[in-house]
Design a protein around this ligand. Sequence first.
Ligand code: SF4
Length: 702
Amino acid sequence: MTDGARTATRTGSGPAQAATHCPYCALQCGMVLRATGDGVEVGARDFPTNRGGLCQKGWTAADLLDHSDRLTTPLLRDRPGGELRPATWGEALDRIAAGVRDVQQRHGPDAVAVFGGGGLTNEKAYALGRFARVTLRTRHIDYNGRWCMSSAAAAGNRAFGIDRGLPFPLADLGRADTLLLVGANPAETMPPLMQHVTDLRERGGRLIVVDPRATATARQADLHLQPLPGTDLAVANALLHIALTEGWLDRAYVAERTTGFDEVRRTVAGYWPAEVERLSGVPVADLYATARALATVDRAIILTARGAEQHAKGVDTVTALINLALALGLPGRPGSGYGCLTGQGNGQGGREHGQKADQLPGYRRIDDPAAREHVAGVWGVDPDSLPGPGVPAYQLLDALGTPSGARALLVFGSNPVVSAPRAARVESRLRALDLLVVADFVRSETAELADVVLPVAQWAEEDGTMTNLEGRVLRRRALREPPAGVRTELEILAALAGRLTDGAPLPSDPREVFAELGRASAGGPADYAGITWDRIDADTGVFWPCPDRDGPDTPRLFADRFPTPDGRARFHAVTHRPAAESVCADYPLHFTTGRVLAQYQSGAQTRRVAALRRAAPGGFVELHPDLAARLGVTEGAPVRVVSRRGELRAPARLSTAIRPDTVFAPFHWPGAQRANSVTNDALDPVSGMPEFKICAVRVEPA
Ligand code: SF4
C-alpha cells in the first residue's frame, strides 16, 4: 500500500481519518488519527522507520489537542509586570507590528530577531527564514536545532560536503554486522528504532554502545564502553590508532576516495590505548574489541547522537568518528557508514531551509553570492537587500537587550527558558527585551514572559512536510480544523508581513509554500525541486536530494562519490582537549544531562499529558550509591546540584548505571528542577553548540 492510499479522508457525517506522523522526534513514526465522538484516537501504522510501533509519547500525543491548557485566543501584556490578558488577533498583530517598527526605527533592522524550532514543518521553517530576511531585513535568525544537530552537521559538511543525518535508510542498521552507538540512547529516546537493532542481532550482528551511563540501550549491548564524559574524541582516535597498527585499514578506499589521511595518521599515532584508558577509563581490551568488531566485518555502522555532539569540541569528536569510518572504508557501502541520529521531529528539514543564521533555503550559504542571487530571484528582491549571516542561537539570546543585541524577539516553536544552556542568564536576557512575542499552543515557560502570545495550530490540524532522520521528506496531514481563535504559523507570518511591508505577500497555504521552497532549494545541496506533495503521497516519502520531478530520489548517498569539489571525502586531524570546565575542589563532580522515555525536550507538551506525567512525574538527580554514601544522601532525598552558573534541586535517584564521578539529570523540567540552570554555555567554535553534556558541579543534601 502506498502512503498516498492513506491520505486524510473525510466523509459528510462519518469519522475523519488521517495518515500522518508523530509530532515529536525525528523517527517520525507513522500513525493514523481518527476522529471519535469525544476526541481523537491515535493508531500506529506500518512505516519503514517504526514498522507499526509507537512509543508512549506517540500513543498519547492527541491528549494535547483538547487540553484545558490549550490557548485559543491571543494574549497581551499591557505594561511590564502586568498580567497577560486575552486580546483579539487584530490587537495582537497590531501590537507586534508597532513594536517591530518602533524598535527598528530606533535601533535598525537587526534589532529584531527571530528564534525558530526544529519541530516546525519545512514550510514554516522556510517561511520563517524568508520573513526574517525579506520582511524584517534582520540577520538575526537562528533556532533551537543549533543545540541539537549542529556539531554533527558541521562535521558532516566538512568531511562529506553535505549534512544529511543518515545518508542511508534506517533499515540499513539491520543489515550491518556491527553497530557502534556513541552517546545515543534510542531505547529511551526513540524505542521503535530498536526493531532495526533487533534485526542486526538476530543476524548475529553486534551492538556496541559508548555512553557514560549504563542506559537502557547500553544494557542491551554486547559491549558497553563507559568513558568519562568528554573523552569520546580520545576513544575514537585510539580506535583508529588500533586499526592502523593492526593493519585493518581499507587502504584502497583511503587512496581512491579520500584526502588528508596522512595528517590523521600522524595524529592518531600518539593515541596509545593505554594512555586513552587512563584518560577515559575505557579498558584497553575493550578498545581493541571495538576496533576489531568494526574493522574485521563486512558491514559496520557508526552512529552519534547528542552525548558525543553536545560539547565545546563536539564537531571534532564527530570528526574523529568520521575519520574512523573513512579509514575503515565504511561510507557509501550498503549496510555500512557513519550517521547521526537526529533528535527533533524536523531537526533535519528545519536546518535546510533558512532558519539557521548562516543559511538560505536548500542548505545554501547566505554569504555565497550565487546563492543570494538565486534565492533573491525566487523572492523577487534585490540580492543586495538580503542581510548577511547572523550569530548562533546562544550568542543571539545572550546578547538580547544589550547594546550589541536585538531589542525584540519573535519565538516560534521553542521554549528556551527551559532548553537553553545557562538558562537563568537567558531568562534574564528575555526579560530585558522591549518586545517578546511567542507563538505556541500552551503557555510555555517562555510564553509566560512574553508581551504577546499567539495561539497556534497543533500537528493534527495542519498540512505540511517534515524531513525525518533519514532525509526522507514526509507528509503531515490534518485530521481536523484548528479550534476557533487559533491560527497557523504560516497565517501569522503572512498577516505580519502584510502589516509590515507593502512588498509581495507571503503565501500562507502550505502547499504553495512548499512549491516555492522547492524552487528556492533548486541547485542547492538539499535540493527539493523534484519533490511534490503528490509524489510524497504516492510513496513512503521522498529522499533528498531530488532535483527533478521525473528523476529519482536519493535513499543512499556516497555510493560513487562525495559531493565535494573533487568527489573525495576529507579527513581532518583532530586532537582531544579537556572539557571547557574541569572539576576542582569546589566542584569535584562531572554533570551530564539527557532525556527520559516519557518526556520530550523542554516538556512544555509532554508534562501536560497525564499518562506521561504519571510515568515521569518530575526531575531527579542520578548518582552512584558509592557517591551517595560519601555525601550522606539516600534514595529519594532532595539534593542540590550546584555549578558556577546556578543550581537545581531534585530527589536523588541512586543507580549503579552511572560512574561514581558523574551525576546525571534529565532536562525536561522547569523551576527548581531545571537542569539547564547548571549547564555550561561554553560553545563549540565551529558549530556554536553549547557544552550541555559536561560541566563541573558539587552535590549536597538540600
Ligand atoms: S519514537 Fe519518536 S516519533 Fe516515534 S512515537 Fe516516540 S516520540 Fe513519536
